[in-house]
Design a protein around this ligand. Structure first.
Ligand SMILES: [Zn+2]
Length: 223
């Protein structure tokens, strides 16, 4: 029986290289791509565009669904090199986790970027709903509130939130071995929608709130 952090080989796409891109290289490439995007957007640079589609992605970005809050275009990359999962906040519900696990364990992606953004309406709504207490909400929203409000009390809401989500991912059983070995990196960033620039947060132990259900108060990095 396969270990919890492995998938059967038949799940992998044909032709997938056996080795991941080094995670530090993936992060540098993502940062450089965003810097390139900001330059292009300001009109100072021109991208000829790439006619080639990447065979496999090297990064997955977990961002918010709101307009201008996330997207593959922010990295001015070869089409297909970066893929994006967008949910409100974002939050790490079951399907978001499955998308991350698919990218990391099946597609051999070596970088996960948790991306928040300045002025996030979803985080504000979640924080307000949490503050309002036990107000009945339809459908999946009650569970979403606790996930999306996580970290928003720790200073800047978007920064606190992505740090809390990074802590959740650092504790995920399915990713633990790959994170600790350095093969996979969980990065966190906050987007300024006005410019398209992403502030990549430093690697540091992530503080999380006491009421965050699935993480402890302080999570040490695996390295
Ligand atoms: Zn948002």
């Amino acid at each position: 029986m396969a270990a919890l952090n492995e998938v059967p080989d038949w799940m992998r796409p044909p032709g997938l290289p056996s080795h991941r891109m080094p995670s530090a290289q993936a992060l540098q490439r993502l940062k450089a791509g965003n810097a390139r995007y900001v330059t292009q957007r300001s009109g100072e640079g021109h991208s000829p565009g790439s006619p080639v589609t990447a065979e496999f992605p090297f990064a997955v970005v977990v961002g918010c669904l709101e307009p201008d809050a996330a997207g593959e275009h922010l990295f001015a990359e070869t089409p297909g090199a970066v893929q994006c999962v967008r949910t409100a906040g974002p939050s790490l519900g079951a399907d978001t986790m499955a998308a991350i696990e698919y990218a990391v364990l099946v597609q051999n992606v070596s970088l996960v970027l948790v991306l928040g953004h300045q002025g996030c309406g979803a985080l504000r709504a979640a924080a307000d709903a949490r503050a309002a207490g036990s107000v009945p909400l339809p459908g999946e929203l009650t569970g979403w509130v606790s996930r999306a409000a996580t970290g928003t009390r720790l200073g800047d809401p978007a920064t606190g939130h992505v740090r809390a989500l990074r802590a959740v991912l650092h504790r995920a059983d399915s990713l633990l071995t790959l994170i600790r070995s350095g093969e996979v990196k969980i990065a966190a960033g906050v987007l300024a929608p006005a410019t398209g620039a992403i502030e990549f947060l430093p690697d540091e132990p992530d503080e999380v709130e006491d009421d965050c259900p699935s993480v402890s108060r302080r999570v040490e990095l695996g390295s």
